[in-house]
Design a protein around this ligand. Structure first.
Ligand code: 5GP
Length: 129
């Protein structure tokens, strides 16, 4: 069982932004930038291009809506998107508020307090439609 499945089942806590029957979005615990969010299909699949076309399109649709909510919440030049999966073998889309190239490079990290994570997740969630 992947660490993200444990988050989905509630075994491990997360700063949840949004959820429906098929997808969940929560804040990355080690964010590149404030607002860095992961969008995850509840079905545990390792690689994104092993999803069916329909699952892939639905993941992109959910990610689109989350990106809009991030844009409304976190001041940034744009929201960037990346799919890697070398650390956690459960499909996830990284949505990252970008102000400079370093924000998408996974070497620059920011530290947030628990209170900051909680209020950020709530603010993005409030802007999710
Ligand atoms: P990737 O698999 O795309 O290389 O990276 C996995 C991402 O998941 C990393 O950005 C890492 O910070 C994040 N991550 C790993 N474990 C957890 C966790 O338990 N909770 C949360 N919220 N994020 C995690």
């Amino acid at each position: 069982m992947s660490i993200f499945t444990k988050i989905i089942t509630g075994e491990i806590p997360s700063y949840k932004v949004a959820e429906d029957d098929n997808f969940i979005a929560f804040l990355d615990i080690n964010p590149n930038a404030k607002g860095h969010t992961l969008v995850v299909p509840k079905k545990e699949e390792d690689k994104i291009f092993d999803l069916s076309k329909e699952e892939y399109k639905n993941l992109m649709d959910f990610s689109f809506r989350i990106a809009k909510a991030i844009e409304k919440t976190v001041p940034c030049k744009r929201v960037g998107m990346s799919v890697i999966g070398l650390e956690v073998p459960h499909v996830h889309v990284h949505l990252i508020p970008l102000n400079e190239m370093a924000d998408i490079q996974f070497t620059k990290k920011v530290k947030l307090t628990n209170d900051e994570f909680v209020s950020l997740a709530k603010s993005i969630s409030n802007n999710f439609i």
